[in-house]
Design a binder for this molecule. Structure first.
Ligand code: SF4
Length: 365
């Protein structure tokens, strides 16, 4: 269990917390942009180990939470077709769409929606069901992009014309820029998600820290990893240095994963993306390159005229956008734990296992 037990060792954790308390002099707001880190912070109560003037904010790092509701309308409309098998990871099943319910309800009404653990399972479905269209819901950040790209690449390479992807892939740096452009949301420092940086490398975050004029620590997921990231950004913050520190070098290399980057670049191109509740952020996502148009589900199954992508979010009373920008902590939402629970969610952040509202509900209620 090397690299797990040693990073969960209580003595190390308390030593890191003591060092944070010793060096931190000024109020600081630190945002992580990763649902896995949000859950780790709450599961291990790491925020309670910090001085009161150091606040952890939970940014838009849950992929399901930022997938637009109209994308789900589109996915449900495709799933209802009798000639379609729709593939998705399980956490998207119960996220409410704009007007069509959720994928789980569509499945209950007879749509062939299959929960998968790897996008490449779509290839097996395609071979076993040549008379069906296999549509994979390709969502997520840089972490999921390589496997989704590999699906498109193999489908084209192997001539599986009945495989297509409905893409809603996001990129982290553009949303950090958008967050920093608003003085109300701009934090003092960021923890960058270790698994994202395992793909893209830590190098891009060197110039990003300079550009955003804020320290960034590339951070892992165990309790000591997260406190080490907090300690690193606080040291830089106290010294007024807008730099990047790789606090997760056992996983993240400066240049990332060259094979993963190659397949992403071969299949995807940078595009504008709508973020659920946050609107369209220019050049903040990926779409399929024109060479892969034949495997683009958005082109194969175009939206009906009434299904335009628009900035419709969760239930009108759900302030999910404020939560995802760190303006509101989930327990301060009036519906948290009352009208809104994981069994009866009003918004995506309460649905996804990576959502901040679900994290507070599970670990802090
Ligand atoms: S607790 Fe529920 S209603 Fe409140 S922001 Fe979170 S998802 Fe929305």
């Amino acid at each position: 269990m090397k690299h797990l037990t040693e990073y969960s060792d209580p003595a190390s954790i308390h030593a890191l917390a003591a060092e944070i308390a010793r060096i931190s002099k000024r109020p600081a707001r630190i945002m992580e942009v990763c649902g896995g880190q949000t859950h780790a912070i709450l599961r291990h109560a790491l925020d309670t180990l910090l001085p009161p003037h150091v606040q952890l904010l939970h940014g838009p790092g849950c992929p399901v939470c930022v997938t637009p509701s109209a994308y789900l309308d589109h996915a449900i409309a495709i799933a209802r077709r009798p000639d379609v098998i729709l593939c998705t990871f399980g956490d998207l099943l119960r996220v409410p769409s704009d007007s069509s319910g959720d994928l789980y309800a569509a499945k209950a009404r007879g749509a062939d929606v299959r929960m998968i653990t790897s996008p490449l399972q779509a290839l097996d479905f395609a071979r076993a069901n040549p008379d069906k269209q296999i549509v994979h819901l390709a969502i997520g950040f840089e972490t999921t992009a390589p496997a989704n790209a590999m699906l498109a690449y193999l489908a084209k390479d192997k001539g599986l014309a009945n495989v297509s992807l409905l893409v809603s892939q996001f990129l982290v740096p553009p949303i950090l820029r958008a967050i920093c452009a608003d003085p109300e949301t701009a934090p003092d420092a960021f923890l960058a998600a270790g698994h994202v940086c395992a793909i893209v490398g830590s190098d891009p975050y060197v110039s990003l820290a300079r550009e955003l004029n804020r320290p960034i620590a590339v951070t892992g997921f165990e309790p000591a990893d997260i406190l080490l990231g907090v300690l690193d950004v606080l040291r830089l913050f106290e010294q007024g240095r807008a730099e990047m520190i790789n606090a997760y070098p056992r996983v993240v290399h400066p240049s990332g994963n060259p094979e993963a980057l190659r397949i992403i670049d071969a299949v995807f191109q940078i595009a504008d993306r709508e973020w659920r509740g946050l609107g369209v952020v220019p050049l903040s996502g990926l779409s399929l390159r024109p060479e892969y148009a034949a495997h683009d589900a958005a082109q194969r199954f175009p939206l009906a005229p009434k299904l335009v992508y628009k900035q419709v979010n969760d239930a009108p009373e759900c302030p999910a956008a404020k939560v995802l920008l760190g303006k509101l902590q989930p327990p301060d939402c009036p519906h948290f734990g009352a009208r809104c629970t994981p069994d009866h969610p009003l918004g995506a952040p309460m649905v996804s296992p990576e959502g901040p509202c679900a994290a507070f509900y599970l670990h802090r209620r």
